[in-house]
Ligand binder design. Structure first.
Ligand code: DQA
Length: 144
């Protein structure tokens, strides 16, 4: 089984982008950590990042056929995209939403998430460790 780990806009710059908020680790570090956790559960991961809303939606559609679960950091689309929510609502497996920063401690516009209406669990403020923790939880959900 494969877990899709999807990342939205500006996360290609993780490690360089506002490191005081998002830290110095990169998406490659995220991929390495998640792959190691998934391996313990006999699962594979596919980590993807895009700056385009439509691409994120296409990958969610692809996940319908190819993934058992989705871990997603929709980044700014979290707060704006009914289309990403609608796409996730077509997916039958577990969905875990991840935010590197503690969004509820930040600007009010980051407090609302469309994606949380679908997510089975939400991580916020765990830094990049949130992805590995979400992958661990996904392992338990997919095993049970
Ligand atoms: C983020 C939080 C969002 O509000 C922001 O737009 C991001 C990243 C996070 O991982 O903390 O781009 O999803």
């Amino acid at each position: 089984k494969t877990i899709y780990i999807l990342n939205g806009p500006n996360l290609n710059l993780l490690g360089k982008r506002q490191p005081e908020i998002y830290g110095y680790d990169t998406l490659e570090d995220v991929e390495r950590n998640c792959a190691a956790v998934a391996k313990d559960f006999g699962l594979d991961i596919r980590l993807l990042q895009t700056n385009w809303e439509g691409q994120l939606i296409d990958w969610i559609h692809e996940a319908r056929e190819k993934a058992a679960g989705i871990v997603i950091n929709p980044a700014a689309f979290t707060h704006t995209s009914v289309a990403v929510l609608d796409a996730l609502n077509t997916f039958e497996g577990p969905v875990i939403e991840v935010h590197i920063s503690q969004v509820h401690k930040r600007e009010a516009f980051r407090h609302h998430s469309y994606v949380s209406l679908r997510a089975d669990a939400v991580m916020a403020g765990f830094g990049i460790e949130g992805y590995a923790l979400a992958t661990r939880r996904m392992g338990s959900l997919l095993a049970g």
